[in-house]
Design a protein around this ligand. Structure first.
Ligand code: GTP
Ligand code: MG
Length: 198
């Protein structure tokens, strides 16, 4: 649910990086943050409780242009992945306009990916989000590891809804911007449709 601020002439959208613990969500954000020029981002904010961390920052891509004369801002969020932070994940997901599910490609994390996907759908359902409308992109991360499963197997086990998917190695940055672009493009399409209707 994008927020429009007419006074500042901007639209704030929310992208959430979701996925199991240690899959590479924070690494995605850190890489993006390190590559985006300062003029196109705000400071990274880290909200830490005693045990967990939620990180976010605002990102204003230059090539997007405006929608109805409003500047589009993407707020990129990452949630803590471990199972017991379920309530934080649910809160961070509230109002998301697009989601990147960062899966860990390693064979021994397959079940954790499956459970995290289920957790995502349950949380979206609790907010009555129509999963056919919200853009969800899958990122198969940690492709550099020998223990990574073939993408065909991950597709079969995780991507039964045929969502767009990308391979990545987040800590070196490979695939990170491709994944981000896939979600922002779809979020923008949704926004334009929304404005056309009005
Ligand atoms: N080999 C390899 N390691 C990675 C990759 N991406 C992230 N890592 C490592 O995996 C570990 C966890 O990465 P994070 O980015 O902190 O994972 P996270 O998903 O934010 O984890 P939580 O916040 O606990 O849910 C770190 O040691 C990263 O350096 C990758 O593509 N390949
Ligand atoms: Mg993290």
């Amino acid at each position: 649910m994008a927020l429009i601020n007419f006074a500042q002439r901007q639209i704030m959208t929310k992208i959430v990086y979701y996925g199991p613990g240690m899959s590479g969500k924070t690494s995605n954000l850190e890489y993006i943050y390190s590559k985006v020029p300062e003029a196109q981002r705000k400071k990274m904010v880290s909200v830490a409780t005693e045990l967990e961390r939620t990180i976010f920052f605002d990102f204003f891509p230059m090539d997007v242009g405006t929608i109805a004369g409003l500047k589009v801002i993407f707020q990129l969020y990452t949630v803590p992945g471990q199972v017991y932070y379920s309530s934080t994940r649910r809160l961070v997901l509230d109002g998301a306009d697009g989601i990147i599910f960062v899966a860990d490609s390693q064979a021994f994390r397959l079940q954790a990916n499956i459970e995290s996907f289920r957790d995502l759908y349950e949380n979206l359902a609790s907010y009555k989000v129509d999963i056919r409308k919200i853009p969800i992109i899958i990122q198969y991360n940690k492709r550099d590891l020998d223990t990574a499963l073939p993408v065909s197997e991950l597709e079969e086990k995780l991507n039964y809804r045929y969502l767009p998917s990308f391979e990545a190695t987040a800590h070196t940055g490979e695939g990170v911007f491709e994944t981000l672009k896939a979600v922002t493009t779809r979020v923008l399409d949704n926004l334009r449709k929304e404005f056309d209707r009005k």
